[in-house]
Design a protein around this ligand. Sequence first.
Ligand SMILES: NC(=O)c1ccc[n+]([C@@H]2O[C@H](COP(=O)([O-])OP(=O)(O)OC[C@H]3O[C@@H](n4cnc5c(N)ncnc54)[C@H](OP(=O)(O)O)[C@@H]3O)[C@@H](O)[C@H]2O)c1
Length: 250
Amino acid sequence: MNTILITGCSSGFGLETARYFLDRDWTVIATMRTLRDDVLPRSERLRLQQLDVTDSDSIARAVEAAGPINVLVNNAGVGLLNALEGVSMDNVRDVFETNTLGAIAMTKAVLPQMRERRAGVVVNVSSSVTVRPLSLLSVYTASKAAVNAFTESLALELQPFGVRARLVLPGAAPETAFGDNARARMGMNFPEPYAALAAQVFARMQQRRAVTRALDVAEAVWRAATDPSCPMRLPAGADAVEAAAAAAAG
Ligand SMILES: NC(=O)c1ccc[n+]([C@@H]2O[C@H](COP(=O)([O-])OP(=O)(O)OC[C@H]3O[C@@H](n4cnc5c(N)ncnc54)[C@H](OP(=O)(O)O)[C@@H]3O)[C@@H](O)[C@H]2O)c1
């Protein structure tokens, strides 16, 4: 029986990925900062677990309670859209604490059991903005670019132990709560000199044709988890595939 532990399952990509693996007969440990038992279908193969990836006690409790895990998905993340001048260093630390250090801490906590079993996969959810940079996302992009670098180096050191690490790079997904959650946490006060740029960025967002669906991300996580030959970086979503192709073409 295969078991997957996913962080950030209260909404968006994490929730969809939990559903996707449940539908395919995996045991799913769906972790959430605030537990909700009304978002996923009832199943004997579903376990809900409280987990805040910025809290080391919470991580230790969750990993202890989980037992053997075949696949870890570091999906929990927060957004931050603003000019660098408009964000506080507390905001910057907050984003890195969740997106970067949270993923590293979870991986570190789960690795010993995978290394001992000589099997396992770590899937880190990054972002296509790391290959196609966009305005007003410098801090967020840096937090995810660090996840890319972390994962690519870690994959090499885990190879001798039969443990894989992969990256999923979603594009922009208006359907998830990501934007609203970012606004609620960080506010949206653009410094006056950046107001015109912010207006342009929002206008461009409205014109987007290709976007990412949560299902695209679940499918990419599935491939990363189950196909040992899949590439290190998997773009997820039509816009992410476009961004990856453009980056490859230089
Ligand atoms: N949506 C996009 O456009 C987009 C594009 C590229 C990449 N991504 C990445 O995809 C991942 C999922 O985003 P999403 O679009 O599904 O957004 P979402 O709907 O806002 O989901 C984010 C999840 O992360 C959880 N989370 C936040 N901080 C946490 C913490 N400290 N500990 C544990 N869980 C925490 C949230 O829980 P709460 O409900 O408790 O806040 C929520 O379940 C993120 O890593 C994000 O950076 C998103």
